[in-house]
Design a protein around this ligand. Structure first.
Ligand code: ZN
Ligand code: ZN
Length: 334
């Protein structure tokens, strides 16, 4: 199912007051035909030239079959960039039929295990599946060290496949890791990636990312409680993908978790009401939830509507969002 949000008219809000037929009734009939033609052309052209975002995993640490671990694929022109690599990211990439060799780089928001546990799978299976150049990983302080430890941990497999058995190309398993801080961290063929600091409570450092391409952009919050810095870096963005936690649902679905621990967890994240306030200030053409805690909460939309009335989608695994003249959401078939 597709949902289209007109990115260039004032009626971005699906609850806008003016019916569309009223908006065109003052023009001659052929204006409507031209407008229709223009819409079809724009919709048809929203392909390789646009920014395309696919939610590979919209879950959290809790293992679920319907929401894999956090991971988002951003395609901009010919570049394919991955943000976080949670549980099942490799399966989702395979499901999309994206060749592993064509995943250009991995960016990490922070080093909580739910965001990085899929790295060895992608790194080591992407290699026999065709990657011939180094596996590039950018992330906050500690990324380089973590990747060096992973190289050590998987020495047996690397040695056997590279030197003894399959004789796979040595370059394909090399890791190029880099610790990054707030600022522009990547610029290539029209794609600009800016990392910015978010507020994940005691979990420091934690980053969000803004990806700009050909006049369009998407912001990924990573894990954060409400962050003024995120609002600053989200200015003018087309799409804001934000994490969310429903504390009431979390408590009721995890009765064994003490209320003190539940409060501590909630203090690291953003409630739907708080996210709504952020969306209302940023005014993206579309707001999307991902990293949904707990994964089966059903109250996100009503709670968000207390503070925000604009375009909003609750993310699901394999939902994709094309960002061009229009913002078009494709939901995976049920
Ligand atoms: Zn997380
Ligand atoms: Zn986290």
């Amino acid at each position: 199912m597709d949902t289209r949000f007109n990115a260039s008219s004032p009626s971005l809000n699906p609850h806008a007051d003016l019916p569309p037929q009223l908006a065109i009734s003052t023009h001659p009939w052929w204006t409507s035909v031209l407008l229709l033609f223009a819409c079809i052309t724009l919709a048809g052209s929203s392909t390789a030239q646009d920014l395309k975002v696919t939610l590979l995993g919209t879950g959290s640490p809790q293992p679920r079959m319907d929401r894999f671990g956090p991971s988002i694929l951003v395609e901009a022109g010919k570049q394919r960039l991955l943000f976080d690599c949670g549980r099942g990211a490799t399966q989702r990439i395979e499901q999309l039929k994206v060749p592993f060799a064509e995943v250009d780089a991995l960016f990490l928001t922070h080093l909580h295990s739910d965001h990085v546990v899929g790295i060895p799978d992608l790194w080591l299976i992407g290699w026999p599946r065709g990657r011939k150049s180094p596996f590039r990983v950018w992330g906050p302080a500690g990324t380089k060290k973590m990747m060096a430890h992973l190289e050590e941990a998987y020495q047996f497999d690397i040695h056997i496949r590279r030197d003894v058995d399959e004789k796979l190309p040595a370059q394909g398993v090399v890791v190029e890791a880099k610790d990054i801080e707030q600022g522009v961290v990547y610029e290539n063929a029209g794609v600009k990636i800016t990392a910015f600091t978010v507020d994940h409570g005691l979990v420091k450092p934690a980053l969000g990312y803004r990806i700009d391409f050909k006049g369009h952009s998407v912001v990924l919050s990573g894990d954060t409680r409400p962050s003024e810095n995120l609002i600053r870096f989200s200015e003018g963005t087309d799409v804001l993908i934000h994490e969310v936690m429903d504390p009431e649902a979390f408590r009721s679905k995890n009765p064994s978790v003490t209320s003190e621990r539940a409060q501590r967890v909630a203090a690291h994240h953003t409630t739907p009401e708080q996210a709504g306030t952020i969306f209302a200030r940023v005014k993206p053409k579309l707001a999307v939830y991902s990293h949904i805690v707990p994964g089966d909460t059903t109250d996100l939309i009503p709670l968000t509507r207390k503070t925000y009335s604009g375009p909003l989608e609750v993310g699901e695994d394999l939902m994709s969002i094309e960002i061009g003249e229009k913002v078009v959401v494709h939901r995976p078939p049920p």
